[in-house]
Design a protein around this ligand. Structure first.
Ligand SMILES: *Cc1c(COP(=O)(O)O)cnc(C)c1O
Length: 242
């Protein structure tokens, strides 16, 4: 299978999932997660029409993004999907147009300050831990719908983030747990979509984006409302362990 075949297959699977859910496929953007793959491979994917790419480590992106951008025929949008260490925040605002992994109020404030300093506007998503897995980044959002303390705390943090200049909160992101059956991931996606609807209602804001779904579970994520799917292996093949 070539990269072109893989992209075609994924686009068909997204269309099929949209048809099952009564959604318009134009609402779903495929983000090619190119971590561990060299600039040449990214350029190949871009030559088949992909315009959105995701990276999860600043150190790797620092070398790759300028090299790809310099050689690409059309402008690409770069999405940061991995955890960001505070000392790397400055590099993030200069390399990426969108950040999916804002996981603390502190990081949001830091990015806001940097954007103000650099006179730019950054699109961000708030990463939510809705599955309750401990080893996970993200705002604590497990059982926000039944636990008042969790909800109040989360709502207060979101309120402060929404007030920050320089960053535009576009929606929510989550990582589903690794499961044996893809259906087991569905409740996590449903929960993220419900949480997003609840926040829209409370704060009277749009929050158009839901970033959820990866190689093993994106059709289910699309059925549950994903607007951004982050796909690596299904496009580029298995990654070598680093
Ligand atoms: C690597 C990664 C992906 C893509 O994972 P695949 O299973 O290769 O599709 C998506 N999101 C994040 C945050 C990642 O780190």
């Amino acid at each position: 299978m070539t990269i072109a075949d893989n992209i075609q297959r994924i686009q068909e699977a997204i269309e099929a999932a949209c048809a099952r859910a009564g959604r318009n496929p134009a609402e779903v953007t495929l983000i090619a997660v190119s971590k561990t793959h060299p600039a040449e491979v990214v350029l190949e994917a871009a030559s088949f029409g992909l315009q959105h790419f995701g990276e999860n480590r600043v150190e790797e992106a620092e070398l790759k993004i300028p090299s790809v951008n310099a050689r690409s025929n059309c402008p690409l949008t770069w999405h940061m999907v991995g955890h960001i260490q505070s000392r790397k925040a400055r590099d993030v605002t200069s390399l990426f147009q969108q950040v999916h992994s804002v996981d603390t109020l502190k990081l949001a404030s830091k990015l806001s300050g940097l954007c103000m300093e650099q006179g730019k506007q950054l699109r961000v998503l708030l990463e939510m831990n809705v599955s309750g897995e401990e080893a996970k980044y993200g705002f604590q959002a497990t059982s926000w719908d039944t636990n008042h303390a969790v909800r109040d705390h989360l709502w207060r943090e979101v309120e402060q983030i929404l007030a920050l200049p320089g960053i535009e909160v576009r929606g929510l992101m989550t990582m589903a747990p690794i499961v044996e059956q893809v259906e087991q991931a569905r409740p996590v996606f449903t929960a993220l979509a419900r949480l997003c609807a609840d926040l829209r209602q409370s704060f009277q804001i749009e929050l158009p984006d839901l970033s959820m779904g990866m190689t093993d579970d994106y059709p289910v994520a699309v059925e549950e409302g994903a607007t951004l799917v982050r796909i690596g292996r299904a496009i580029f093949g298995e990654r070598e362990h680093k």
